[in-house]
Design a protein around this ligand. Structure first.
Ligand SMILES: [Zn+2]
Length: 277
């Protein structure tokens, strides 16, 4: 999964966001919420009940946020077994963690205990008792460092499948799209660090529309005698922003688009917890 995820902290609000980019016709996005968590999963078409299969975004009522980014370029393809373990770890963290420190500790424990053998990276944010931290957390089972964490408690942090703490020298060559998206995202958030700025970022077509833009579109490639897309190409299937009141820790709004965000003038706004996501 190739995605863009991040967060912004100012004096009044915390904004946490993610574009969910998926490949192929055989998977689609499922929205899910109960009294304690709201999550988005991608799932095989026809297998919608298996909600935990590829959980890649979630927010708990306690303010713990995960925006998964699947940093696995340059390694073996991610297997279903590993993907299931990652999804289960994410869901466990969302259900059980009380704070950022708690979430990070639990995440490490689960990844190491379950012997997850592929790299992963995610945006992880904690609850109000941490004073709200937004972090990018990176895990590489092949590297001596293994875990890398970069945190901010003011301003913004954004990630696009390109590692920020565990550099991989060959990645910029092998995955230039993620690097280009990272530079775009950082520049746009720096120029307009606001809710509107995040919406503009998530629907940005700079360097696109295509694989290099934040709002991603499959690029159609002629194959044989017909035109069809290449299976490995990403398309943004959903876009979500969560807004949290910095003083009270309450989640005050969810801004959602259930397709490419460029195709809708405004995000749908949902205020109440437990509403149909
Ligand atoms: Zn678009």
């Amino acid at each position: 999964m190739g995605c863009t995820s991040g967060g912004l902290i100012d004096e009044r609000v915390i904004l946490l966001f993610k574009n969910m980019d998926i490949t192929g016709d055989d998977e689609h996005v499922v929205f899910f919420s109960d009294d304690n968590i709201a999550a988005i999963c991608s799932t095989e078409t026809g297998n919608e009940k298996n909600l935990g299969r590829k959980t890649s975004l979630g927010l708990s009522r306690k303010g713990v946020f995960i925006g998964g980014l699947d940093h696995h370029v340059d390694y073996e393809p991610i297997s279903d077994g590993n993907q299931n373990k990652i999804s289960l770890a994410y869901m466990t963290v969302l259900r059980e963690a009380e704070s950022f420190d708690d979430a990070y500790r639990l995440l490490r424990l689960l990844f190491e205990h379950e012997k997850i053998g592929v790299p992963d990276m995610l945006i992880l944010s904690g609850a109000i008792k941490d004073g709200f931290v937004i972090s990018v957390v990176e895990y590489d089972p092949t590297a001596p460092q293994k875990w890398g964490v970069k945190k901010v408690d003011k301003g913004h942090l954004v990630a696009t499948n390109y590692p920020l703490t565990l550099p991989n020298p060959s990645l910029r060559e092998n995955d230039p799209d993620s690097y280009i998206r990272l530079e775009t995202a950082h520049a746009l958030l720096t120029s307009d660090p606001s809710l509107q700025g995040i919406q503009n970022l998530l629907r940005s077509h700079e360097n696109g529309p295509g694989q290099k833009s934040i709002c991603r579109h499959r690029e159609w490639i002629p194959q044989d005698d017909r035109t069809r897309y290449h299976k490995g190409m990403y398309n943004t299937a959903a876009s979500v922003i969560f807004q949290i009141d910095r003083l009270t820790g309450e989640i005050t709004a969810r801004y959602i688009v259930k397709k490419n965000p460029c195709e809708q003038d405004q995000y749908d706004v949902k205020h109440l917890w437990g509403m149909n996501f």
